[in-house]
Design a protein around this ligand. Structure first.
Ligand code: 5AD
Ligand code: SF4
Length: 437
């Protein structure tokens, strides 16, 4: 059997795309390997969201080429394939700058990988596909299989919001929602092959507006009817487009996990406006309050950008104040990174790097303390933990609580992929430890 090695960068959507490329290649007789020396195809699935994406890519290509060269000496052929958002943004540049890349595919074309590999002929020229085809790639993808008890399922892709700092509307295109019937079928396939938890993915997941359900809340209600599916999650949500029905679903459905990732980005209305985010800090806090009313124990997480152009000390202070009021269970925070082609990258009043660094440190200190507090509050509680991974040490497993806290426990491998009730004995800012209850 031929083998493919896949290295994935970036978000969960990329992890999903990598899994679907693996599925597509599997149908064509390829097996996945984690040893690049054995791979007939070396694939890099790239991310363009923040800076140094292409530098990182070129150094990765150089590293993979060492395996290709070694294999060449053994008389074996190897293809280097690059996919993902860097290709969408800089495909021509990649082929120009690196003669080592054989095939470059944007995120809307990855379903064509098997056919391109089969017909590939280096002499005829290397291949770049980075257009937005009119038909949906989802219609061409084969049935999927779960590889662990937790699975990703893309329900929506692309973005029409055009936040002024973000490349996603350019790399992933405009919003597209898959029909409910396709999503439900894929979820059933995942459950039939071992998934107990499904994470619904979309760049703006709550903007889902496909056929067969009235909104994401309704779609989740339909998915919750699937027997054997124990947990449903979704990410990433856009604050002002949350529906009451989605909020209510957290009250009505036990299978819908008490966790909402709701990126605020900034607590300053002036900065939110410059970012083209369609809400105010107050509006955001009201949405969080509605979730907490429906599900008082819900864990709230967020993304933050510090040092957006024009952000003053006062603006940053407003972010800190919102953070102190909201109290987050977890979070991701970044220094603003100017992305080529985005409106914010050419705004005047860019913030100095050392100011960004200082603000990020202050914000992350506060967020870490909140995360520690959230985790500490679960000590002594008995929580259902879905054990999905082996721990670093023999006899240890790692899993996730409903609040998405990584939890370590000493249990044999026979407990893998099961939901086990654990009594939480210890909490750090980043993980929990438990014993079987
Ligand atoms: N600079 C810094 N952070 C960014 N993000 C998106 N674009 C940028 C950028 N240009 C962050 C946002 C988003 C997360 C996925 O990445 O916080 O929510
Ligand atoms: Fe980017 Fe904004 Fe769209 Fe999110 S909502 S993908 S941050 S443009």
């Amino acid at each position: 059997m031929k083998k493919i090695f896949i290295k994935t960068f970036g978000c969960q959507m990329n992890a999903y795309d990598s899994a679907r490329m693996r599925d597509a290649m599997f149908v064509h007789g390829y097996q996945e390997t984690n040893n690049p020396e054995q791979a007939d195809i070396l694939l890099l699935n790239t991310c363009h969201i923040r800076e140094k994406a292409s530098e990182k890519l070129f150094s990765e290509i150089g590293r993979l080429n060492e395996f290709k060269e070694k294999r060449k000496q053994e008389g074996k052929e190897t293809l280097i394939v690059v996919t993902g958002c860097v290709v969408q943004a800089e495909g021509d540049e990649i082929l120009k700058r690196s003669h080592l890349v054989d095939i470059a595919l944007g995120p809307q074309n990855y379903h064509r990988l098997p056919e391109l590999v089969a017909s590939y002929n280096r002499k005829k020229g290397r291949v770049l596909l980075a257009d937005f085809p009119a038909d949906s790639k989802f219609d061409y993808l084969p049935k999927t299989k779960a590889t662990s008890a937790t699975a990703f399922l893309a329900v929506q892709e692309g973005c029409d919001n055009f936040c002024t700092y973000c490349v996603v509307p350019y790399t992933r295109g405009c919003e597209y929602s898959r029909p409910a019937s396709d999503i439900i079928q894929e979820a059933k396939d995942l459950v039939a092959t071992g998934a107990k938890e499904i994470m619904l993915l979309g760049q703006n997941v709550n903007c889902w507006h496909g056929q067969g359900a009235s909104d994401l809340g309704d779609l989740i209600r339909q998915l919750a009817l699937i027997e054997g599916l124990d947990r449903i999650r979704y990410t990433t949500s856009y604050p002002s487009k949350i529906t009451q029905n989605l909020i209510e679903a957290h009250k009505d459905l036990e299978k819908l996990m008490p966790y909402i990732h709701l990126p605020i980005q900034s607590g300053s209305d002036k900065i939110l406006k410059a970012m083209n985010r369609q809400y105010t800090a107050k509006g955001y806090e009201e949405i969080v309050a509605s979730f907490r009313k429906a599900r008082p124990d819900i864990a709230v997480s967020s993304d933050f950008i510090v040092g957006f152009p024009g952000e003053t000390d006062d603006d940053f202070q407003e972010t800190m104040e919102v953070v102190k009021r909201v109290r987050y269970a977890s979070s991701f925070s970044f220094k603003y990174s100017p992305r080529p082609g985005t409106p914010a990258s050419i705004m005047k009043n860019q913030v100095a790097e050392d100011v960004k660094t200082k603000r990020l440190m202050i914000l992350q200190k506060e967020l870490m303390e909140q995360q520690q507090e959230f985790n500490s509050n679960t000590v002594g509680k008995i929580l259902p933990v879905l054990l999905t991974e082996k721990g670093k040490k023999e006899g240890q497993l790692v899993g996730y609580t409903p609040y998405l806290q990584g939890t370590h426990v000493s249990l044999p491998d026979s407990f893998l992929n099961k939901i086990v009730m654990l009594k939480i004995t210890k909490a750090s800012a980043t993980s929990l430890t438990g014993v079987e209850a």
